[in-house]
Design a protein around this ligand. Structure first.
Ligand code: ATP
Length: 423
């Protein structure tokens, strides 16, 4: 191979941030800027890949990053060193759960790698498993501290995306980290008016506030999510910031695609820390427990599972409270370590009828009265009697409609597909 031959280099990185600061998207942005200064441009948008939402050591949304460059073989080491130096320089090594991992891979992504990536969304891996996978599949890996980040980094380079969304992340000037973000809220509402539903999750309509800014000391000023990158350029130009921005970057992502949801699994076979979509019927009515959480039970006739709408899902709980035994549902959600299914959204497919038991009506139209124990009913208006009769069902109308219901923006998982994205 001659030094001007081209190679396709996949770069993956993960676990560089902590709750105290940093963000792996920002580190990716810095690296890409430095590569761009050297005349190396990534082949496509960098990718922000959300993995299993139940991963134990995640900082926030379990995101891992990847990008692809096509470079002369002579630049291979320069690019790798640049990535590694910046991970060393910017990672939050002091964070107890910050264990960065970087991977490099040349060539085509194999079916085995794609399968690994999908299972990093469905299941939980160990560092040892990821390390062995890297060795067996010619993936060069670099571990910092425990190096847990290689789990996500391998998945981020390997995943094949059918459905995608895009996120534009704007970054703060370092001197502003940790201070209150100074965004013009009216401009965010205006941006939403002009770009929704091609952009989404901009506003928490329930509490009527702009939901694009994080509430952590990280470098992100705001994030706007959309179906395509073009609308993000428009949306970004409408949002007014009263603080200077360091820059922005558009990422391609599996956010809002329901990629974490597994279909066709019976309740009896469902595992903790996995997410599913399944048809079922309510077998135990919703009830509130301490803390404002609402619990109920459903079955698909293979087993019963407890479902929860937790307090942060706010008004979504009011819909859940209206469910009754016998209602048929299509539920989307994930099972926590206590084997309780945390509902992300559901479709009410069929309503059970709700009724009261009441005395029968007389032929004259008047509601009859009891004639005494086991003596049937009599009409106080015309004197009619019904001897061998019992109470009848009076249907009560249900204060809920068939259709989809989802948790509000603030309580939504990154991977959850909002109803507005359904065809
Ligand atoms: P942010 O969203 O701010 O980037 P985060 O929530 O992505 O933070 P990380 O700091 O990236 O959290 O930590 C997540 C850790 O979990 C990483 O080390 C990643 O490799 C690991 N991880 C990802 N998926 C799995 C999985 N399926 N099983 C086990 N560990 C995983």
């Amino acid at each position: 191979m001659n030094s001007n031959d081209k190679i396709t280099l996949h770069v993956g990185l993960d676990d560089t941030d902590s709750t105290e600061g940093m963000c792996t998207t920002y580190l990716t942005h810095i690296i890409l800027e430095k590569l761009e200064q050297m005349g190396i441009k990534a082949l496509d948008y960098p990718r922000l890949i959300r993995l299993n939402p139940f991963a134990r050591y995640k900082t926030r949304g379990n995101g891992a990053l990847s990008f692809v460059v096509e470079i002369d073989t002579s630049m291979r080491d320069t690019v790798k060193n640049l990535v590694l130096e910046n991970v060393e320089k910017y990672s939050m090594f002091e964070g107890v759960n910050t264990n960065p991992g970087v991977v490099f891979y040349e060539g085509e992504i194999t079916d085995k790698m794609t399968e690994y990536a999908l299972n990093a969304i469905y299941n939980i891996y160990t560092i040892e498993y990821a390390e062995k996978f890297a060795v067996d599949n010619n993936i060069e890996y670099h571990k910092f501290k425990k190096g847990r980040g290689i789990i996500g980094a391998i998945a981020a380079i390997s995943i094949v995306l059918d459905d995608v969304t895009y996120e534009c992340l704007a970054y703060r000037m370092p001197e502003n980290y940790g201070t209150k973000r100074r965004l013009d809220e009216d401009s965010i509402f205006r941006m939403n008016d002009e770009t929704y539903p091609e952009t989404f999750e901009n506003i928490d309509f329930e509490q009527n506030y702009a939901a694009i800014e994080p509430h952590t000391p990280c470098p992100v000023l705001y994030g706007i999510r959309a179906n395509n990158p073009e609308i993000l350029e428009k949306a970004r130009s409408i949002v007014v910031s009263h603080e200077d921005m360091e820059g922005y970057r558009i990422f391609k992502t599996n956010q809002h695609t329901d990629m974490h949801i597994q279909c066709g699994v019976d309740i009896a076979d469902m595992k903790n820390t996995s997410c599913y979509k399944f048809k079922c019927h309510v077998v135990e009515a919703p009830h509130d427990i301490e803390g404002g959480h609402v619990f109920f039970k459903v079955s698909d006739d293979t087993d019963v599972i407890e479902c929860a709408a937790f307090e942060p899902t706010k008004s979504f709980r009011n819909i859940v409270r209206k469910l009754i035994v016998g209602d048929e549902l299509l539920i989307y959600g994930g099972i926590n370590d206590n084997h309780t299914l945390n509902i992300e959204k559901f479709k009410l497919l069929k309503m059970a009828s709700k009724f009261n038991l009441v005395n029968p009506l007389c032929s004259c139209g008047k509601r009859m009265k009891s004639a005494g124990k086991n003596k049937g009913f009599k009409c106080s208006k015309c004197g009619n009697k019904l001897r061998n009769s019992s109470k009848v069902k009076e249907v009560i109308s249900r204060d809920v409609e068939l259709g989809f219901y989802e948790v509000p923006t603030e309580a939504r998982r990154h991977l959850s597909k909002p109803i507005i994205r359904f065809d």
